[in-house]
Design a protein around this ligand. Structure first.
Ligand code: NAD
Length: 238
């Protein structure tokens, strides 16, 4: 048993890159398209107003891909950290791979693709299981269901809670994000000055403040298990 008093707050901020080696494409793929689509056509309130059938189909396909994917070595290594640290995961991802790996505290900034949401009352959500969402599928209030996703141009309801968690970090670990999506990308600047900040990304983004960050230019499946091993070793030397 490790002494409880020495447990540090370790905040992990993840993006699409951590799920890339599980077979889920990142956002900034081929020529700026996301799975062959312009973001404006599938992931905005304007797209939903213009062509809801296209938006639903886009997310139905993404949802099937998520269900078929499995957590990878990086997701699993983050679970191991919980034996020695108070771990909070803040993810921009809409997949459930952190939860399926076994992480216990996961905050989704941009929603969860396995849930549907009422278009009339945003607090009404429902787990979709193996179901798609079709035009005409309604909530108990009678309004169309939409994916439980924060689209570009929408408020990020969990942002304040995420900023509060980050402000208490002793260690801030940032994995697989381009830091290009606002306002989530502001979180790296909400870390306390005393915090150790570590970035794992094979292509460390220019937006990373390198003067205050340790950068590990490796993929998540290479870099995260190695880092986790060293963080766990550090606690045995206290
Ligand atoms: P992004 O696509 O903008 O950037 C991905 C980052 O991951 C890049 O910096 C890239 O260098 C890095 N990367 C690529 N392969 C990697 C690997 N094997 N290991 C580690 N890093 C790797 O992703 P973002 O910053 O998360 O922003 C994209 C937005 O799109 C998010 O808001 C998210 O909700 C959404 N999105 C989610 C998923 C998902 O849930 N799995 C997938 C695609 C997009």
């Amino acid at each position: 048993m490790r002494p409880q008093l020495s447990r540090k707050n370790l905040v992990v901020f993840t993006g699409a890159g951590i799920s890339a080696e599980s077979g889920l494409q990142t956002f900034r793929g081929d020529g700026g398209l996301w799975e062959g689509h312009r973001v404006e056509d599938v992931a905005t309130p304007e797209a939903w107003a213009k062509d809801p059938a296209l938006v639903l189909e886009f997310y139905n396909v993404r949802r099937r891909n998520v269900r078929a994917a499995q957590p990878n070595a990086a997701h699993r290594a983050l679970v191991d950290l919980e034996s020695a640290y108070d771990v909070r995961i803040i993810t921009q991802n809409v997949d459930d791979l952190h939860e399926r790996a076994g992480s216990t505290h996961v905050l989704h900034l941009h929603g969860e693709i396995l849930y549907a949401r009422s278009t009339r009352e945003s607090s009404h959500t429902a787990y979709l299981g193996d179901h798609d969402i079709a035009l005409g599928d309604t909530c108990p209030l009678g309004s169309q269901l939409r994916p439980h996703i924060v689209w570009f141009g929408e408020q990020v309801p969990a942002l304040d809670e995420a900023a509060r968690i980050v402000s208490q970090a002793d260690i801030f670990l940032c994995v697989g994000t381009s830091l290009e999506v606002y306002p989530a990308n502001s979180l790296i600047f909400a870390t306390p000055r005393r915090a150790r900040r570590i970035v794992v990304n094979p292509e460390v983004p220019d937006l990373v403040p390198r003067d205050v960050c340790e950068c590990i230019a490796k993929t998540a499946c290479e870099g995260v298990p190695e880092l986790v091993a060293s963080l766990l070793l550090a606690t045995t030397k206290l």
